[in-house]
Design a binder for this molecule. Sequence first.
Ligand code: SF4
Length: 628
Amino acid sequence: MFGAHGKILHVNLSTSQLSIEQPGEDFYRTYMGGSALGLTYLLKSSAHLHDPLEAENLLTISLSILTGMPISGQSRVTITARSPLTNAIGDSQAGGYFPAELKFSGYDAIILQGKAEKPVYLWVHDGEAEIRDATHLWGKNTADCEDTIRAELMDNKIEVLQIGPAGENKVRFASIMNKTSRANGRTGMGAVMGSKNLKAIAVRGSLKPPIFNGELLKQLSRKGAEQFPHSNILGLGLYGTAGSMGWQIEAGGLPTKNWNSGFFDKWEEISGQTMAKTILKRRETCYACVVRCKRVVEIENHNLPVSPRYGGPEYETLACFGSYCGNSDLAAISYMNQLCNMYGMDTISCGATIAWAMDCYENGIFTQKDLDGLDLRYGNSEAMIQLTHKIAKREGIGGLLAEGSARAAERLGRGSSELVVTVKNQELPAHMPQVKSSVGLIYAVNPFGADHQSHEHDPSYRAFPERMAELGLNSPQPDLVLNREKVEYALTTQYAYSALDSLNLCQFVFGPAWQLYSMSDLVQLVNAVTGWDISIGELLTVGRRRLNLMREFNQRCGFTRQDDILPQKLFKPLSGGVSDGLSIDEQEVEKAKDIYYQLAGWDISTGNPTPSTLAELGLDWILSSDYR
Ligand code: SF4
């Protein structure tokens, strides 16, 4: 086999048993990696019958057939489990050097089950694996934990995937960190790792799987490097994801004051351009990537010192701790980014949950007494910082907010649920469906809650007609339309993004529209690495298969069409900026869902996969009584 080791490491933390499975090439061609691979194990487990924080949940850590190859955008890892935030399937990707190093350690994936009696960490190196005591690491922040592991294993180049104190405390949106600045942030995978008493996974190795056509791979790699300075993503390298803030403002799409508006008058104070001029120390990259989009910021001689060790804020972080909360203090946002990376928490859910609490405070639902004395008016960054510490430690009011905004509102009552902005309990990222209609549909139907990287947003249909034609999409539509053609666009590009996630690829480098490499380039790459003869159609089927696996898992957890709903707040008109007065039409979304389920081959009344669709995708094994 080319591209993969053909080895999956199974770890039973309850019994300390380790074993190696060697699936055949067919398995890799069918699922390719990522959460598609992880789901094949979750669907054979009893995870859906248990609370996500019980030992029966599986935590799957998957690479793909392309991870570790010498080309931009491939060093990513997907972590999947039943989510403690959504109770549905959880799914989260991160880049860095850990993914490539895990591949070089000799494995394509690690499947973790059970719960260790006391804190442990896993050490994987050149095909070997062992479980080690982590009692001395428990309670440490991410930088201290990484330093301690590297020192005791006497190798400074070891890559560490780990939870911080927030994961240990089972904050429902705890992340899993690598490089102390790269987060598997969404859906609370850190809390699942914490519930297993697993503090970290350390990896190091020199085992590289064979490549079918190394010369063609080299050519493709060179082509990307040569095109990058003239490409659509040059600005991403210069200003990071935060460079997009100006476009969001132009469209009226920067969520502000807990989604009451799409316009933040102080946006320039927190933009990527301002960051580059003031606190940016350097740019960083993921293994073998020419783009170098990651920010590293430093603030010295300040009451809020920020260390380069914890990277720098992305667009989502700047929005969630910034405009969501009416806060334009860049130093304070960078400090809260540091806290989240140090404690191991998702910056989107953390910032958005604080924004919800601020909205409650401004509306008299929360009093200062409820909030341990904090004056949580919009823009009070000092109070936000204190709250971030409290959430990670589950101290006082932080214990309630560590549950996420939807659960917190359910417990609080007092009408606070009307102010919640979540889908399936997951807080919305900073892309507004009020100004790009298909985003609302995909937020609603996405199996792991609202996600902005699960399909191509509306403006790309008109902006990149040649690339869209590769997917059979030939009828560009305006951004604010949600007709049949737009639904088809949303679903088809969702399959494409789902394939990218199965291949664990960075969506800034590979994709169907504005990215450095097109879908046809990707076909060439997969074939060069593996020696297969796949087409764009086969890649879309891989993506479709992953979505069906996820929906099937959710069906077992009791999810139906009734859970594919947008928050009430989106149906109320926005105020201010160019999106003033815009809102989502609930009936239009319901009609779009009918079309979407029909096109997906799912039951319109339940929104779940039908047996014939599963069979068409080669997933009929799911229906076997052995796996139900
Ligand atoms: S574009 Fe940025 S996030 Fe993506 S692989 Fe390159 S450096 Fe990493």
